[in-house]
Ligand binder design. Structure first.
Ligand SMILES: [Zn+2]
Ligand SMILES: [Zn+2]
Length: 149
């Protein structure tokens, strides 16, 4: 991903941790950008789904350029604020305060999703170690010289 800039201030966006999200924030106006995949962690999925569908045909073209690809974004209404969405990057731009105003998933739902994510990460790590171990055993078989004790 190239350097992203604020669609209002043209400032380079800074990667910031705003649990449960990692977003790209403008230090001047407080707006931020995040992909739909990231936003699914905290925003109700049905709300995101509806916003995405509204970019097809219904979306009014906004005057803001996408921070990533610099194409015009779609201005889309939600149950919360109106947001700017880039169809190409699946990226959403929030003005200051808009991210917090989006319909949130429940705390239990977020916790459950984080647990699943952690479990998947541990599984991948386990798999990686197992693969490394198998590679080592294969290497050992191809080098039948005994390891010095
Ligand atoms: Zn800005
Ligand atoms: Zn874009």
């Amino acid at each position: 991903m190239t350097l992203m800039r604020c669609p209002h201030c043209r400032q380079p966006l800074v990667r910031t941790d705003r649990p449960p999200y990692l977003v790209w924030t403008c230090c001047l106006c407080g707006g931020c950008a995040a992909t739909l995949a990231v936003l699914r962690k905290g925003i109700r999925h049905d709300a995101l789904q509806r916003a995405w569908q509204r970019t097809i045909g219904h979306g009014r073209t906004a005057l803001l350029l996408c921070p990533d690809c610099a194409q015009l974004m779609n201005r889309v209404p939600t149950e919360g604020p109106e947001i700017d969405l880039c169809r190409q990057c699946q990226l959403v731009w929030f003005d200051a305060g808009e991210l917090e105003a989006m319909p949130q998933r429940s705390a239990e739902e977020i916790a459950a999703a984080q647990k699943t994510e952690r479990w998947a990460r541990e599984l991948r790590e386990f798999q990686r170690r197992r693969d490394a171990h198998q590679e080592f055993m294969l290497w050992l078989m191809r080098h039948p010289i005994s390891v010095p004790h």
